[in-house]
Design a protein around this ligand. Structure first.
Ligand code: FES
Ligand SMILES: [Fe+2]
Length: 355
């Protein structure tokens, strides 16, 4: 179990894509260092329980789904969706308090969200609204990837546009030369994250876009990046024919993308990464989503190689200190926001414990 203050607990995190819970699957997933069982029973409602049977600690995910309940297949204790033990084979009385912990869960826009902290504070209105995941004007393909790295290193990476030119020169980004010419983007500091916006006029289309449009013509490109606590990232991209007036609001010659990414700590040193890269054109053609999906995986693998290597270097010497440069402003702001929230939570918990 991670020690207090490692993670922000009172917050919604993505636990799974909804399609991971089809066919009565009992999904075992470690979330914020806690073993969780996720499933949907006959009623179709998503359930999250402690994956440790309260009898002798067997994995409930190796158990059996019965209606909306799950039965541990070691000695047969049966639990309802609230985690309460409702049956002990061969024993008439079930102690009223016997059971496993259940977590608040909300299924929305194809995502299953979990609240790992105090259940009483789990307010579904705090879940970030993501209209693109439900709006038929957008088409994409849900993805999942696992990282052997602290989730904050991945959030840092997304907050850092300077790496695009070097890590993704051939896939998502521009050229190395671009990194020397451009100044770090101005960031809008939000209470809960940050927002950056950048126009890039008369530019070459990036390889992943060219691959689907087969068009090498110059483009005016706008990127809006948004990052929210605990690790929710959106990149809203617009690629318009150069000179078609997109920066004045004429989007008639524009093709757009919405990159939705969600990071959930598995342990202090590993991360679940859920993502969907959506597009708003040629919606009847499934190969567009497929091609974009493959291009993103290619790009993410480049990040993964760098970040997992970085994690190994950091682990090898806990005394090592990073040295910030100007383009780290966004990630530095985000880390401060996150640390403040974690600290406030820790102090709050301490006050409750003292009172
Ligand atoms: S460990 Fe689950 S019933 Fe015994
Ligand atoms: Fe990257």
């Amino acid at each position: 179990m991670a020690k207090d203050g490692t993670f922000l607990m009172n917050c919604w995190y993505v636990a799974a894509w909804d399609h991971e819970l089809i066919d009565g699957k009992l999904l075992a997933r470690t979330i914020l260092d806690q073993p969780v069982l996720l499933y949907k029973g006959d009623s179709g409602r998503a359930v999250a329980l402690d994956n440790r049977c309260c009898h002798r600690g067997a994995m409930l995910s190796k158990g059996r789904l019965e209606g909306d309940c799950v039965r541990c297949m070691y000695h047969g204790l049966k639990f309802d969706p609230t985690g309460k033990c409702v049956q002990i084979p061969g024993q008439d009385v079930v102690p009223a308090k016997l059971g496993v912990r259940s977590y608040p869960v909300v299924e929305r826009d194809h995502l299953v969200w979990i609240w790992p902290g105090e259940a009483a504070k789990a307010d579904p209105s705090l879940i970030i609204d993501i209209p693109y995941l439900r709006d038929p004007k957008w088409r994409g393909m849900a993805g999942y990837m696992h990282y052997d790295a602290d989730y904050r290193l991945i959030v840092d990476n997304l907050s850092d546009f300077a790496h695009l030119a070097f890590v993704h020169a051939k896939t998502l980004g521009g050229s190395e030369e671009y990194a020397f010419k451009t100044k770090p983007v101005a960031i809008e500091r939000l209470e809960n994250g940050f927002r950056v916006e950048r126009w890039h006029m008369n530019a070459n289309p990036p390889p992943f876009h060219r691959k689907v449009t087969r068009d090498d013509g110059l483009i005016d490109r706008r990127n809006i990046g948004l990052m929210y606590v605990p690790g929710v990232f959106f990149l809203e991209s617009l690629f318009a024919e150069a000179g078609s007036g997109a920066e004045k609001g004429d989007f008639s010659k524009a093709k757009q993308y919405r990159n939705c990414q969600f990071f959930t700590p598995e342990t202090p040193g590993s991360t679940h990464f859920f993502w969907n890269y959506l597009h708003d054109y040629d919606l009847d053609n499934p190969t567009v989503a497929l091609s974009l999906h493959d291009s993103m995986v290619e790009g993410f693998m480049e990040d993964k190689a760098i970040i997992e290597g970085q994690q190994r270097m950091l682990d090898a010497d806990p005394q090592f200190r990073m040295h910030p440069i100007a383009s780290d402003a966004a990630l530095a702001h985000f880390r401060r926001v996150l640390e403040r929230r974690i600290e406030a939570e820790r102090l709050g918990l301490r006050q409750v414990a003292a009172g």
